[in-house]
Ligand binder design. Sequence first.
Ligand code: PEP
Ligand code: MG
Length: 595
Amino acid sequence: MGGVAPMKTVSGLAIARGFVSGPVFIYRGDGEIPVPEYVVEAGREEAELARLKSTIARIRGDLEKLIAALRERTGRSDIRVFECHLMILEDEVLMTEIEGYIKELHLNAEAAVRKAMGNARTLFGKMHDLYFRERVRDIDDVERRLLKKLTGIDRRPHLELKSPAIVVADDLTPSETVQLPREFVLGFATNKGSTTSHVALLARALAIPAVAGLGDITAQVTPGERILLDGTNGAITLNPDAATVAHFEALVRRQKELDDASQLGAPAGTLKDGGEILIYANTHPGIPVAGLKELGARGVGLYRSEYLWLDREFEPSEEEQFQAYKAAAELSGRLGEGATVTIRALDIGGDKTMRGISTKEANPFLGNRSIRYLLSQPATFRTQLRAILRASAFGRVRIMYPMVSCVEELRESARILDAVRRELDAAGVAYDRNVPVGAMIEVPSAAIIADEMAELVDFFSIGTNDLVQYTMAADRGNDAVAHLYQPLHPAIIRLVRHTVAAAKAKGIHVSVCGESASDPVVGLYWAALGVDTLSMSATFIPSMARLLARLTRADLDAYAQVPDALPRGATAQEIFDACRRWLVAKVPDLEETIG
Ligand code: PEP
Ligand code: MG
């Protein structure tokens, strides 16, 4: 007789706080397409060849339509990926090889495609030239297209999630994450991932509890089994006993109380002495905005517009963008006096890709991304700026440029923005003539010349997610270098101090919108250094508000000095520990306060 399986707790990284229990949904991604391999009956080879040829013709038709539509809609030349796919389909050597397998080895079309594509992959993979090695990915794509059509199998795993569940996956790309039906996602649990991976950002923005880095959790759970997910401490409990469930339910109830900003008695960010650090929310298109006010957000410090582009074959039109930005702009009115919504221009590239038209680069994180990409695609840039400016007629909007690394980028962007303003003027379209324009400070070069940058913009927002990654040369999503990825590294502190000083000297507003803004120890340190606004995923707003309510400006000034009191050469960890000790001495019930 099988007994009840014992209770088991698996620990991982706490990437989005909160507690939730629910059934497991195992997300397996697109996965391998199962390919039937058989020998076709004698005399059926011609029919098999005809099946192959008609499939190829259909795919060519699809690709040609896609390319034409892309040309028309975006006027872009960046459709090389699909043109390359067409060339592969038209490659005589490859096609003759596939046909040969069908005619001579009597293989079915799927098996013949797999065999010939496998040979091509091996050949290209061995080439010295990076360009040819990169073509392996295109061969993979074409093979997938062929096999999907031949087998009729086109898995869309996200569509299988049809009722509320905890999504358990190996890892989730931003594109996969955005496809999941949000109303059914209770929590995320992944084998891989890190605190700044995009599943973490999304989970926090949606206030969905999440745990990453769980090793092989996908192999330990079975679909449908109920598990407890603790995103605050980073743990999953399988087969919980009754006492554990009761304790967990109490935690769920307490979290609900803590997350109610109306309990604070003053606007979020108000200090004990009446001073204030503004607390804003990070959000993006597709996130329900209804809850932001309840959580205490006083504005939006980062609206990640690129979510309109993710996992799409076409760029969003000006109208589609306008509708999204207008909804965001209108939110400013609801969030209260002086609230602004900061729309960041398209931050595409790195791990944020658009299906099909993103070019393949050897080093995408150092490549043609974000503001660089926009400046290289002026039509895309102008369309976005038009949509944002039009939305500014409906609420207080700010425009922010991502990944700025030199003054030329700001000057060139200003020229394009001016041209767009003139276009709108000529057409008599209403917009706010005083929309503030800001730069993200997330590349070390920008922080180092912050004084020069400050001359060219109305505000700064420090993106510590990338600033830490680029300063430390440590991938923000790679567990193996997570020990180097520390926002309180002395180099980062110097860059932030310098940026804040440059902003103050020029009298412009400075915020931090990287994830570190929400960390009680680190975010508070940025506030102590003088940043005006901390912008964070909505889920963290209540705890930061409670913490600030316990401190005065004089406390923050004292806190700013903590690293200075350490011996020269203190490590990032030592600085963090000293700050934490100071904080615990000041707020002895810290854990209780932040919840
Ligand atoms: C950052 O880099 O800190 C940031 C806020 O931008 P993103 O996380 O979208 O790269
Ligand atoms: Mg960034």
